[in-house]
Write a protein that binds this ligand. Structure first.
Ligand SMILES: Nc1nc2c(ncn2[C@@H]2O[C@H](COP(=O)(O)OP(=O)(O)O)[C@@H](O)[C@H]2O)c(=O)[nH]1
Ligand SMILES: [Mg+2]
Ligand SMILES: [Zn+2]
Length: 293
């Protein structure tokens, strides 16, 4: 007689053990040997069928997405966090992260944190909003210190699996703590350095929010590889470029030197952001660099 299998989700994996969560709690499980034979390695984020009696994962349900860094499956959205300043946003890095997220089929939420450090004179928040408004990405400006827009962020996470990404020091852990103080994530540059020193490999972990949804707090990453992205697909990962589809003289226009390019015209006319176009060119050149080898 087959025993009853229960559906759950892998929230953590350490040294061959998988922590599978369902409504009744978290159970430490082993994966059946058949997965190894199939060349299938269970991932954090996987929805699985497991046996409580044997503490064993019996089946892995089809994945909707698979991220490599951090290693998580079934992610719905990327919450890309940058500070309006301290540290100043690196726009190329930001745009690269959105490209990777779009390429993976994730929804993008852009969070500009530390709005308390902006001032009336520089209006950094407003500038960022004007650059990213036309992308159609969801944009939130937040402050984890005052709690500004924290409820809105919380609402966006509800019922979804979200990966928090962004450079170190922008306030990812602080935002998550503001959403749910019980998480008690370590914050501040110093504590992160200590954390890195202690654990040579950091495992990704899904954290469940009481308000609903799971989040992954990634350690900050600063360089991203775009090796497997084709040059001619890059502009489709810039949703603000898509307002001018198929209108360039050449169907395969890369929006660089080609004559009658609608994208470059839009940039020259001030309709498309210089900053976004600049990132596009730099990322395209990076992709071409890879292709040469
Ligand atoms: N002024 C200000 N500081 C913040 C804000 N959010 C986080 N911080 C500070 O920024 C530093 C880095 O925060 P942390 O959450 O560790 O950033 P992470 O590396 O992205 O996880 C800490 O010293 C926080 O106290 C904010 O909204 N405003
Ligand atoms: Mg952190
Ligand atoms: Zn073009």
């Amino acid at each position: 007689m087959g025993e009853k299998l229960v559906e759950g989700r892998i929230v953590k994996g350490i040294a061959g053990f998988y922590y599978v969560q369902d409504e009744s709690g978290i159970l430490e499980c082993k994966a059946r040997g058949k997965f190894k034979k199939m060349g299938l390695v269970p991932m954090v984020g996987d929805r699985v069928l497991f046996s409580k009696q044997h503490a064993a994962i019996e089946d892995i349900l089809p994945r909707t997405s698979e991220l490599v860094r951090p290693t998580v499956s079934n992610v719905d959205q990327a919450v890309i966090v940058f500070a309006v300043r301290f540290p100043d946003p690196n726009m190329v890095l930001l745009d690269k992260m959105t490209v990777l997220a779009v390429k993976e089929g994730l929804d993008v939420v852009l969070v500009f944190n530390k709005v308390d450090l902006d001032d009336a004179e520089s209006q950094l928040t407003q500038k960022l909003e004007s650059i990213y408004g036309p992308t159609g990405f969801k944009v939130l400006t937040t402050c984890s210190v005052t709690g500004f827009q924290i409820e809105e962020l919380k609402a966006m996470l509800k019922g979804k699996v979200s990966v928090f990404a962004g450079p170190s020091g922008v306030g990812k852990s602080s935002l998550l703590n503001a959403i749910e103080p019980g998480l008690a994530l370590k914050t501040g540059a110093v504590s992160e350095k200590i954390q890195r020193g202690k654990h040579t490999t950091r495992h990704s972990e899904l954290l469940e929010l009481a308000s609903g949804g799971f989040v992954v707090d990634t350690p900050g990453f600063t360089s991203l590889e775009l090796k497997d992205l084709e040059a001619d697909l890059l502009s489709s990962c810039f949703p603000d470029f898509e307002y001018y589809p198929g209108n360039c003289r050449f169907d395969d226009c890369l929006h660089m030197e080609e004559p009658d390019c609608r994208i470059r015209e839009a940039v020259q006319a001030g309709k498309l952001s210089d900053s976004r176009y600049n990132s596009y060119v730099l990322i395209l050149n990076e992709i071409r660099q890879y292709r040469r080898y």
